[in-house]
Design a binder for this molecule. Sequence first.
Ligand SMILES: NC(=O)c1ccc[n+]([C@@H]2O[C@H](COP(=O)([O-])OP(=O)(O)OC[C@H]3O[C@@H](n4cnc5c(N)ncnc54)[C@H](OP(=O)(O)O)[C@@H]3O)[C@@H](O)[C@H]2O)c1
Length: 242
Amino acid sequence: MGADSSKVALVSGSARGLGLAVARHLRARGERVHVTWRTDSAEARALREEFGPRAHRADLLAEHDAAGLARAVLQLDGRLDHAVHAVGEYVSGPLEETTRAEFARMLASNAESAFAFFDAVRPALRASRGRAVFFGTSGLAGLRARRRTAAYAAAKSALFVLVKSWAVEEAAHGVTVNLVSPGHVPHAHAHADTLDEQRLGAIPLGRAGTPEDVARAVAFLCSEEASYTTGTELLVSGGWLL
Ligand SMILES: NC(=O)c1ccc[n+]([C@@H]2O[C@H](COP(=O)([O-])OP(=O)(O)OC[C@H]3O[C@@H](n4cnc5c(N)ncnc54)[C@H](OP(=O)(O)O)[C@@H]3O)[C@@H](O)[C@H]2O)c1
């Protein structure tokens, strides 16, 4: 997978965590990478410093932000090849303790934001015969029950159906659409569940994932090597929840 400076990437939700790792990885491969931040914070300020004019403020649930983001990318670089959507909030706990507002937030953050993002980038991706990558979570296959993550997994399952459906709709335009599903990937701002000893002890490969593990998988899905791969889920979970 060689570097390609002709490619332009957009990674949403990239002020920290997995999105930031993906953005840095694609940039290290030579791509011109656009990033987004939502809340003004030390991370957002550092992001603006690191990515300069390619760092944009966007709330992917706000009415016009996704369209404005896509316009800003095209204004600066004239094209978009790789669109990666790393937004997706998390809540844990049994359903009987999950509020309706939390459930609505899961659907909005994980599925609706992706819908808005893809609507905004679709024309540019069609023009470049580009790639879209979304974030699922391990264990979606088989639509299994969850003791502590049902609301989150339900929202990610909805996203997976969207991803497969976009893959079919966009195939005629040469656009591929895939899902990368991490397992437990601790980072400075990750939920404490990613450090749960019991869960980490049950990972067959014997360790938590790293943001770079995930970034390499996303880079593969964005590469020429993955040109015949669409509508699929790439697990980056060390075998967790197989
Ligand atoms: N880390 C893991 O172990 C793990 C495991 C499985 C799946 N995943 C998935 O992988 C993706 C990235 O995970 P992560 O751990 O890096 O997440 P994270 O630490 O929560 O970071 C997500 C970023 O998205 C931004 N964001 C949230 N809602 C947004 C919105 N409506 N518009 C724009 N930006 C928004 C956040 O910005 P603010 O700071 O402004 O809120 C934050 O910077 C998520 O989809 C997550 O569900 C992660």
